[in-house]
Design a protein around this ligand. Sequence first.
Ligand SMILES: [Zn+2]
Length: 313
Amino acid sequence: MRWVAAFAIGLLALGAVVKVSVAQAPPVPPLVKPGFTTKIAENVYVIPDHDVRLVPNIGILVGQNGILVVDTGMGPKNAETVLGEVRKISNKPILYLAITHMHPEHGMGAQSFPSETKVIYAEAQKKELADKAERFIKFFSGFSPQIAELLKPVRIVQPTETFQSEARLNLGGFPVQLLHFGASHTRGDTLIYLPEQGIIFAGDVVVNGWFPIMPDNDSSGKNWIATLEKLKGMKLKTVVPGHGPVGQPTMIDPLQTYLTTLRSEVTTLQKQGKSQEEVVSALTPVFKERYGTWKDNQWLKNAIGRFYAEATM
Ligand SMILES: [Zn+2]
């Protein structure tokens, strides 16, 4: 029931944004752009998101034995573009597909991958996909007719392998780790870590220039803050965020500051006896102003709601 309420709030918030963006400019369709794949280190490539809403940064890791792809883009049409980009780099077999979380733009193109590709999920993500895939397809399809079109042919692909908190993959030449630190943005967030290169594909646990999103009650603000602290202890050189430009690990700091200050300001007002609605009204303009350059500020309301709920848990 609480999930349904949060979902309704999310829908309302998104409805408001769609109205605003329709009045200003038509939304950019969430298509992965071919021809811009960038080598960020030896054997490591990123298809950049170009800061387009609902296009993720996608990873291509090429080992001696084969390839790992990180995320698919939304729907089979985008996944076909991703596969085209992979084939421009290498003809080696695509051994693995890792999906950072079950949201449609990250994982719902898996059906286009070759049947021999192993799809690796955190166990928590597998459960979340089973619980919520259909609802998220409906939810996202309501955003625009183009998105509905992209999602229409989606078939849910079950993972071939799952892990609890860590998996190690052998692509040949360099180690790859899949890490699940518990719920942050979603229940099943998975990060792909290359310890030798100091690179992490963080999914939406790290976004650069976008508000971090807590879409429903499966998000955990508390664990998100703790996870960012762990990332800061990992001696990273490069962070590939779920959305926004690839860059140095210093991009984690403003995100962590945002989450910790929002939490503390929510808690302070809550202790003064303010209702959740009052806290939302008081803090939304303050944080919109403070993070004026970040995109998707309609999600502030959900984040305040999560921290409000977590303080009483
Ligand atoms: Zn997401």
